[in-house]
Write a protein that binds this ligand. Structure first.
Ligand code: ADP
Ligand code: F6P
Length: 485
């Protein structure tokens, strides 16, 4: 049912995500400021939605209790969903980020299970579904994103039989053994199976999901196709689970490196850092999945044993503030900042840090300048759905210089085979990989970067969205007879 308001007609494509692409902040004078929301989901989907006519985005505006009226920005219509303080504590910080996030990232920290958090997750998912359902045109497409909204596909289907529903999981999907720990696991699977097409980053995620559906729900699975029994006399629905590795707006990032001002900023950065021979860079949300502690441990040891000379080399660690009220994130911040302080205390000289630590957001131009200045980028995730930073670095190096050190536990490792691969849990291996990257001859860098760029430039986020939406358009078959399980 399209909205009745003729001033706000319905939309052919509706994206539903926990966050809007912009966060509202209240300034000291009471005015509202809108800033880009953090994370890979927004980076990717924002570029996709810029190319879509008649697109809408349903999500939270990032502050408690706010539900501004729908408004237009950057050629799309934004429909804010209200989350009160208690929803934020239980649905967002609780069930989403202290239950699902650690469980789906292979329990790097212990997931907490609380029934009140689950109740709030259900209620919040209902609110997102209720806001999204009327926004789509008759026969339109609703594309739901990520682990915070896994019940939304089914909730929308209950209201809108006419629309196609896609779901994409930006983070890993765990093995069935780990997933089975989740209280309400079957409700979660049934929620997802309200979609016609369910997308994952890596083939292993898709296989984990299919195994969970087979084992926990006992549904028939044939290749990528799941037969989902209808209710009562309703026909069986066919739902497809498939792998779609997400990407970035590669040509846009690459083009930024031609911008004179961005080039000047990259040069200025090198100068500000005291013209080191080597700049080693890490860029992450401050999240325990990113392996920042492992990276700093390796770096501290390399400085300590004299393998790296702090007079010639600087590590820049950019750490975007993230989920700051969740305990595991507070602890991580304390540990990271303690370690950075120790390394700098032991190895910095006045005016030349061993680690330049930046706990803040950068705009896209500054981020590109950083990538252009970096001789080595370290992506040492312990688990990561994709890791767009790895792809952004590659897109920022049309000069074919620079080395990417990439964890095999990041989704990007399936595609970026020419990176220096590393198991970040093995500190000795990590140290050796960093030294290898720092010493790599120019011709070897060029050869690897050429291969990486081929991958990233050919497979951009527009191609990713196009293949998902194409597949969605051809999915959603209904069959009369239930297949045997
Ligand atoms: P995640 O989605 O877990 O945050 P990704 O690596 O996939 O991880 O995506 C992170 C996105 O956020 C990238 O586009 C990256 O450039 C951006 N980003 C990370 N740190 C910062 C920062 N300090 N300032 C601005 N953007 C950042
Ligand atoms: O998939 C990446 C992601 O987890 C998004 O779902 C999320 O929006 C983003 O990173 C940032 O996290 P948050 O929204 O909790 O700040």
């Amino acid at each position: 049912r399209p909205v009745d308001d003729p001033a706000r007609p319905g939309h052919d494509l509706v994206v539903v995500a926990n966050r809007l692409p912009v966060d509202s902040r209240t300034l000291p004078d009471g005015a509202t400021e809108w800033v880009t929301s953090p994370g890979g989901l927004v980076t990717a989907m924002e570029s996709v939605m810029r190319t879509v006519d008649s697109g809408a985005w349903v999500g939270w505006a990032g502050s408690p209790g706010q539900e501004p009226d729908p408004f237009d920005a950057d050629g799309m219509s934004l429909y804010p969903v209200r989350l009160d303080q208690e929803d934020i504590e239980r649905y967002y910080e609780g069930f989403s980020n202290a239950t699902l996030w650690p469980l789906y990232h292979d329990v790097i920290v212990d997931p907490e299970f609380h029934r009140t958090w689950w109740d709030s997750y259900v209620a919040a998912n209902r609110r997102f579904a209720r806001t999204a359902a009327p926004v789509a045109n008759e026969g339109g497409t609703i594309w739901v994103h990520d682990y915070q909204l896994q019940l939304v596909p089914r909730l929308i289907r209950e209201e809108r039989a006419d629309v196609r529903i896609g779901f994409f999981n930006h983070i890993p999907f765990p093995s069935v053994e780990l997933f089975s720990q989740l209280p309400k696991r079957n409700q979660m699977l049934r929620g997802l199976l309200g979609a016609d097409l369910i997308g994952f980053q890596r083939e292993s995620d898709t296989q984990n999901f299919l195994a969970a559906v087979r084992k926990l729900l006992g549904y028939h699975v044939d290749g990528q196709t799941i037969s989902v029994p209808g209710l009562g006399a309703a026909p069986v629905r066919e739902v497809v689970a498939q792998t779609f590795p997400i990407s970035i707006d590669s040509s846009k990032v690459s083009a930024l490196t031609e911008d004179e001002e961005v080039r000047a900023r990259a040069e200025q950065l090198r100068e500000d850092l005291g013209h080191p021979r080597t700049i080693v860079l890490g860029v992450d949300r401050l999240d325990y999945t990113k392996g920042i502690r492992h990276r700093l441990k390796a770096w501290g040891e390399l400085l300590g044993d004299g393998s790296v000379d702090p007079r010639e080399t600087v590590m820049v660690q950019v750490a975007t503030p993230s989920r700051e009220r969740v305990e595991a994130y507070r602890q991580l911040r304390d540990e990271v900042e303690l370690t950075v302080g120790r390394i700098n205390g032991d190895h910095s000289s006045i005016g030349r840090p061993a680690v330049s630590y930046q706990h803040r957001s950068f705009d896209r131009r500054d981020m590109t300048a950083l990538f252009m200045a970096a001789d080595v980028v370290l992506v040492t995730a312990l688990r990561d759905g994709m890791n767009l930073v790895a792809k952004e670095y590659v897109a920022s190096r049309p000069d074919l210089h620079g080395v990417l050190v990439l964890s095999e536990f990041a989704g990007a490792a399936d595609e970026l085979r020419a990176a220096v691969m590393v198991n970040p849990h093995d500190i000795d291996e990590l140290k050796a990989a960093i030294l290898r990257a720092m010493a790599m001859p120019a011709e070897e860098q060029e050869e690897a970067m050429r291969s990486l760029r081929h991958q990233v430039m050919e497979n951009d986020v527009q191609a990713w969205a196009h293949s998902f939406l194409q597949r969605l358009e051809h999915s959603g078959a209904e069959v009369r007879e239930p297949k045997p399980t």
